[in-house]
Design a protein around this ligand. Structure first.
Ligand SMILES: [Ca+2]
Length: 93
């Protein structure tokens, strides 16, 4: 009887472990957004044509821009030095 219960337990437990292993593997295979420090605005604008803003509330205080910046605080923080006028948008154009 003990052996039978043990078999049932394994029959239930192992598929769960397998599903968890497979689902975590799938999560790792999902596309990863690369948040990096770009060498300069030319490189950054190839990925983010309108630059990167730290928040949707950031207002451009420089000249008129043609593109809408992408809101991404992490990318902004990595490239903060490129926001020369300090308006919260790096490499706006
Ligand atoms: Ca700026």
């Amino acid at each position: 009887m003990v052996l039978f219960v043990d078999l049932i337990r394994k029959a239930i437990f192992f598929p769960i472990v397998l599903i968890l292993a497979l689902s975590s593997g799938a999560a790792q295979a999902a596309p990863v957004v690369i948040e990096k420090k770009f060498a300069n605005c030319t490189a950054l604008n190839k990925v983010y044509p309108g630059g990167v803003s730290k928040s949707a509330k950031a207002v451009n205080k420089g000249g008129k821009t043609k593109q809408t910046p992408t809101v991404n605080l992490r990318v902004y923080n990595e490239n903060k030095t490129k926001d020369r006028d300090g308006d919260g948008i790096a490499c706006e154009r």
